[in-house]
Design a protein around this ligand. Structure first.
Ligand code: NAI
Ligand code: MG
Length: 382
């Protein structure tokens, strides 16, 4: 299964002369935000592999780095600079992101401003998190083959408990009250469900499972139920199913082969995708894309800044490398994406991995190996 949807042009057709239009279409501009800790380690390797793929195919790739991170925040107070959400889509085709989180920033202020800021301000309502088993040895499940684990979770990415509505009353007293509101809108629920259905249709997949906890959260998740009833009627060719989130978690472990597309509210999708990541080899291999169709997307490994292993040449770069492949596919470079994915599959098959996957290589050595593999095997059709 390919990870993402149709290629989209990054220019306005008809707005330029033929020559400049062709040049613009083949040149891709990427904003790189490595962030903190292991985010920096893995992004360095993903960039290495991206450069190898672009060199092998002749794709003009322009990368610009941004130092938005804990270091920058602690140095001069900058989190997400003013105007960033306007500048990024004007200047770039996509964003490659590492991770944010630093023990020195206790309240995670910079991470909330930068990552949640970009997700919300760019309205990246789809969080696409594929869970694909690259080698049967990597799953902790017994007797499971690669074909048994190949599904994608679409996590709603702009609503739910993440909208930060609420407050604390009588703080630090025995009567303390903390309220955090969960927001669901008809527009928000409909667009993520529709994205899931359209993805299934495009990829010729036949099954979609929507999950919620509407038995216990009847107001918020009741809306999910009503919108789901409407959309499943619009897509009769796709087998629609609903599972409460607790049952879904159990079923993902009991028999993951039954799932192809899962659509989930924000928080539930966050939790389920870590479970999915573990089923296919752990946090080190899980990629993701924050997407709004036809707008700029932000691609990042699912994992965080992993402070314990950061800077020690231990972090697995595969999650970031696969995120860059998702990014390439989304900006209209599917051949380069495929070359990168094949290299990752080969590395896992040959045991050219970091220690979390049982290998003996470091972050940099895996990055070098992948870049070299892409260079030697080239890009399909180029
Ligand atoms: P984490 O994802 O950083 O680490 C969880 C576990 O996975 C740890 O055992 C870690 O060593 C391991 N791990 C993570 N990435 C790995 C890799 N590439 N290779 C091998 N093992 C890897 O999550 P945790 O510990 O909950 O959070 C650490 C920091 O990251 C916190 O500040 C948190 O807020 C932040 N965070 C940021 C995210 C983002 O920027 N998107 C997402 C999740 C957490
Ligand atoms: Mg998470």
């Amino acid at each position: 299964m390919h990870l993402l949807g149709e290629a989209r042009p990054c220019y306005v057709p008809g707005a330029m002369t033929k020559t400049t239009e062709a040049q613009a279409a083949s040149k891709k501009r990427i904003a790189v935000i490595p962030g903190d800790g292991a985010g920096v380690d893995v992004t360095t390797e993903a960039v290495k592999v991206l450069r190898a793929a672009s060199a092998a195919s002749g794709l003009a790739l322009e990368l610009e780095h941004f130092d938005w991170s804990a270091d920058r925040y602690l140095r001069d107070g900058t989190t997400l600079p003013e105007g960033a959400a306007k500048m990024l889509p004007e200047k770039f085709d996509a964003i490659l992101f590492g991770a944010l989180g630093d023990p020195r920033v206790k309240d995670n202020r910079h991470a909330a401003d930068i990552l949640l800021g970009l997700r919300f301000q760019l309205d990246l309502y789809v969080n696409a998190r594929p869970c694909q088993l690259l080698d049967a040895r990597l799953t902790p499940l017994r007797d499971r083959a690669e074909r048994d684990l190949d599904f994608i979770i679409f996590r709603e990415n702009t609503e739910d408990l993440y909208v930060n509505i609420g407050g604390v009353f009588k703080r630090d007293t025995p009567d303390e009250v903390a309220i955090q509101e969960q927001m669901n809108t008809r527009k928000g629920v409909e667009r993520i469900l529709r994205y899931g259905y359209e993805y299934a249709r495009r990829k010729k997949l036949s099954r979609l499972c929507m999950t919620d906890k509407s038995n216990a959260i009847p107001h918020g998740h009741g809306l999910w139920q009503r919108v789901f009833a409407q959309l499943r009627a619009e897509y009769p060719g796709i087998e629609s199913r609903h599972l409460y989130v607790d049952a879904l978690a159990a079923e993902m472990v009991r028999d993951p082969s039954q799932f192809q597309v899962i659509v989930a509210p924000n928080l539930l999708g966050d939790i389920l995708s870590d479970l999915g990541a573990q089923l296919v080899g752990g946090m080190g291999v899980a990629p993701s894309g924050n997407i709004h169709p036809r707008k700029i997307g932000l691609f990042e490994p699912v994992h965080g800044s992993a402070p314990k292993i950061a800077g020690k040449n231990l972090a697995n770069p595969v999650g970031s490398v696969l995120s860059s492949a998702m990014m390439l596919e989304e900006i209209g470079c599917p051949a380069e994406a495929e070359a990168i994915r094949r290299a990752v599959e080969a590395s896992v098959r040959d045991g050219k991995t970091t220690s979390d996957l049982g290998g003996a290589m470091g972050t940099r050595e895996v990055g070098d190996w992948l870049a070299d593999r892409v260079a030697r095997h080239g890009v399909p059709g180029k």
